[in-house]
Design a protein around this ligand. Structure first.
Ligand SMILES: Nc1ncnc2c1ncn2[C@@H]1O[C@H](COP(=O)(O)OP(=O)(O)OP(=O)(O)O)[C@@H](O)[C@H]1O
Length: 359
């Protein structure tokens, strides 16, 4: 799939910007603080319903503005054209597809954008939440009923946590239905997450082979969030007292995590900062490649600040691989990366939130 155009209003320093796009590689070049990353952020928002940058959602709104909107024309590989709109008015988000209102999850399900950016190494070196988000985004796009189990789980978790924090004594019978529900939804989520990671392994091996061959074979380890072999519903009932003392549910799918181990770097601490970044990039590319295998088209791939994140050889390797599969690639940099000089590339100059085409 590729974005044919993006129109962004009221996002950070982008007041009202229209970007016509072509299927191959596009570079947004310009000085620091020009608004380049914000352009990628807009594309990513359509596909995730959140930014890849940490911080309050309010910071996305242009200072002084009370709304933001993103319109996109997206062409699928089978040549269908979809028109999307995502808007935020006050604290409310609204999504549209071809003129009709849709839910945020329907929008996210239709539009696939993956992004490698300076914060991506958190996927390897950061906390479990980032890895769970990555995993769930991937599962959501290949297993359509994952969202149903995920919603059931979130609802039951909220209810159980509210009971745990209740000031009055709550009888056990009130906990039980939520613990049964948590156990049932967690078991569905767990199966789908595990299947996804085992399918991802082949894609990860091939992207690691291209980017980090020196690290040897790669292994993906999954932890589901509660003891192996135990029944979650029984476990929750048994540790209710402890959870009341802590004020939240301490085991379950919301504590799941995964990690990567290499033959020649069995612990994360064995990786250099650059190797962490390359591993994170390999994960992003593997996810895109698995998406392409299952859905028949590559997601849009964003590479933020490519030249300062990767050495030239790795920049070339990534861009050539993405060109070869025909993915749309959106790259940012203070200059056009040398690695992109050779192939066909659309270039925009970005300055103070304004865009002008260069090539
Ligand atoms: N809510 C906001 N309202 C208005 N301007 C904002 C807001 N949030 C950020 N900005 C400004 O918008 C610009 C956004 O920068 P962005 O990160 O997109 O730039 P960039 O071109 O990627 O920069 P760099 O090369 O330094 O990474 C910055 O100048 C920043 O100060």
């Amino acid at each position: 799939m590729w974005l044919e155009s993006l129109r962004i209003r009221g996002l950070r320093c982008l007041d009202d910007v229209t970007v016509p796009l072509t299927p191959g590689v596009t570079v947004f070049a310009g000085p620091n603080g020009a608004g380049k990353t914000s352009l990628l952020e807009a594309a990513f928002l359509l596909s995730h319903g959140r930014s890849f940058r940490s911080g309050a959602r309010e910071a996305l709104l242009k200072r002084g503005a009370d709304s933001l909107s993103i319109f996109a024309e997206l062409r699928h590989a089978d040549s269908r054209l979809r028109r999307f709109g995502l808007g935020r008015q006050g604290a409310r988000w609204e999504a549209r597809m071809d003129g009709a209102g849709i839910s945020l999850s329907e929008l996210v399900g239709e539009c696939a954008v993956v992004c490698f950016e300076p914060g991506s190494h958190a996927l390897i070196a950061g906390g479990a939440e980032e890895r769970r988000r990555y995993l769930d985004w991937g599962v959501f796009h290949v297993e359509h009923d994952f969202i149903l189990a995920w919603r059931r789980y979130q609802r039951a978790l909220k209810q159980r946590n509210a009971l745990l924090r209740s000031s009055s004594t709550v009888p056990d019978a009130q906990f039980l239905p939520w613990e049964v529900e948590l156990g049932a939804a967690a078991s569905l989520m767990d199966q789908q997450r595990e299947l996804y990671l085992s399918a991802l392994r082949t894609h990860l091996m091939s992207s690691i082979e291209g980017l980090l061959p020196e690290l040897g074979l790669v292994e993906l380890r999954y932890r589901r969030g509660w003891a192996e072999g135990a029944d979650l519903t029984e476990l929750l009932a048994a540790q209710r007292g402890r959870d009341i003392a802590r004020g939240h549910t301490t085991q379950g799918s919301h504590r799941a995590d995964w990690s990567i181990a290499f033959d020649h770097a069995p612990l994360r601490e064995h990786l250099s900062r650059g190797q962490e970044k390359l591993t994170a990039l390999a994960c992003v590319l593997a996810q895109a490649s698995l998406y392409a295998e299952r859905r028949g088209e590559w997601p849009v791939v964003c590479l933020d600040d490519l030249a300062s994140e990767l050495d030239k050889a790795h920049q070339v390797a990534v861009v050539e691989q993405l060109r070869a599969v025909g993915a749309q690639v959106l790259v940012t940099g203070t200059e056009v990366p040398e690695a992109l000089m050779d192939g066909p590339t659309q270039v925009f100059h970005v300055e103070q939130g304004h865009l002008s085409p260069l090539l």
